[in-house]
Design a protein around this ligand. Structure first.
Ligand code: DGY
Length: 328
C-alpha cells in the first residue's frame, strides 16, 4: 500500500524524522532557513499531512494548496500562532503541537535570562573580552538581587508554574495574573503564589516574566502604558512570543529609565533586524529563540510531532491536539 504523502517544512531531530520517513512518503525541505512561501505552496499540493515549524505560516492559502487530501498539520512547537486554527478546525483538520516536554527546559532558560539580566552576566563577559578588567571594583557592574525579590508571572500555565517552582528556591514573593487560573489554584497555594490584577503585578514586581500565548488579545500586552506602570528598577523577561511586547515602547523605556533591563528570547519580528534600536542598548540581553533548545527536549518534541502526524494520517485522535473541538 502506498505510504501517505507528507511535506516537512524543515529538518527536525532524527528521533522524530526517522519515524516520519518510515511511515510516510516524506518530502523534507533540507535548508537551514525556512522555505520560501512559493516553495511551500508548491510542495504541499496533494499531501495528506504537513509537519510544520513555527517559522512557516499555515494559513488558508496553504490549506487550499494542499487540497482535500490534507488530514493533519503537526507543529513542531508548543505554540501554534503560525497556524490559522479556526480555519483548520472549520476544515476538520486536527492540529498537533508539543506541550509538556519543553516546560522545564523553557523555564530554565527564562530563569537564566532573569538572573543574567539582574546580575549583568553578559555585560560582565563583554567587559572582560574588551580587556577592561583592570582590578576588583566596589561599584563595578552592580546588579540587583534575585533572592527575596518579587516575581510577577503573566500567565500561570505550565511554564509560568515552573518559573514559580524555581522562584521558591530564591525565596521570592510570587505574583501571577492569569484569567484562566482561579485565585485558589492549589499549585499557587503550594508555592505561595498570589493571584493579582495586571496593574498590581506590573506595579509591585521586581521581575515581570511573560508566559502567555500570542493571541489578538495579548498582542502588545506590554505597551508604553504597561511599561509606565512598572518600577524603574524592574526587569522584563520574555520567553513566550515576541509580539507580546511593543518593541518601540520597550526601547523607549529601556533608554529613558522607564525600566532597568530586559531579557528576551523572542522578538518582534524574528530574527530581530540588525538595525533595531534595541541592539544599541547595554541593558538588554537578546537570545535567538532558544529557550526550549536542549538536546533532550528537542528530540522529545520531534517524537511528539511525529506521533501527532502519524495519528492524524491514520484517522486517530492526535495525542496532543491544539484544536480538540475538531473532534466535536
Ligand atoms: C514553542 O515550542 O512554541 C517554542 O517557542 C519553540 O520551542
Amino acid at each position: 500500500m502506498a505510504k501517505p504523502k507528507v511535506f516537512v517544512t524543515r529538518m527536525i531531530p532524527e528521533a522524530g524524522l526517522s519515524m516520519v520517513r518510515e511511515f510516510c512518503d516524506a518530502d523534507i525541505w533540507p535548508g537551514d532557513l525556512p522555505p520560501e512561501r512559493e516553495y511551500v505552496l508548491e510542495h504541499v499540493k496533494g499531501v495528506d499531512g504537513i509537519l510544520s515549524l513555527l517559522t512557516t505560516k499555515m494559513d488558508p492559502a496553504v490549506m487550499d494548496a494542499a487540497g482535500a487530501s490534507l488530514k493533519v498539520i503537526s507543529n513542531y512547537a508548543v505554540g501554534f500562532d503560525n497556524i490559522d486554527i479556526p480555519e483548520a478546525t472549520k476544515r476538520g483538520i486536527p492540529v498537533g503541537h508539543t506541550p509538556g516536554v519543553l516546560t522545564e527546559t523553557t523555564a530554565d532558560f527564562a530563569f537564566a535570562l532573569l538572573i543574567s539580566a539582574a546580575r549583568r552576566v553578559v555585560e560582565g563577559h563583554n567587559y572582560t573580552l574588551a580587556g577592561k578588567w583592570k582590578t576588583w571594583g566596589p561599584s563595578l557592574l552592580l546588579g540587583q538581587d534575585v533572592y527575596g525579590a518579587t516575581l510577577g508571572l503573566v500567565g500561570f500555565g505550565r511554564i509560568g508554574k515552573s518559573m514559580a517552582k524555581r522562584a521558591t528556591g530564591f525565596d521570592m514573593k510570587i505574583l501571577y495574573h492569569d484569567e484562566f487560573v482561579p485565585d485558589d489554584d492549589p499549585f499557587a497555594a503550594e508555592v505561595g503564589a498570589q493571584s493579582v490584577d495586571m496593574d498590581t503585578l506590573l506595579r509591585e514586581s521586581d521581575f515581570v516574566s511573560l508566559h502567555t500565548p500570542l493571541l489578538p488579545s495579548t498582542h502588545h500586552l506590554i505597551d508604553a502604558t504597561a511599561l509606565a506602570k512598572m518600577k524603574s528598577t524592574a526587569i522584563l523577561v520574555n520567553s513566550a512570543r515576541g509580539p507580546l511586547i511593543d518593541p518601540v515602547a520597550l526601547y523607549d523605556a529601556l533608554k529613558n529609565g522607564g525600566i532597568a533591563y530586559a531579557g528576551l528570547d523572542v522578538t518582534e519580528p524574528e530574527p530581530i533586524p540588525m538595525d533595531s534600536p534595541l541592539l544599541t542598548l547595554d541593558n538588554i540581553i537578546i537570545a535567538p529563540h532558544i529557550a526550549s533548545g536542549s538536546v533532550t527536549t528537542r528530540d522529545q518534541m520531534a517524537v511528539i510531532a511525529a506521533n501527532n502526524l502519524i495519528a492524524g494520517l491514520t484517522g486517530k485522535p492526535l495525542p496532543n491536539c491544539a484544536n480538540p473541538q475538531v473532534y466535536g
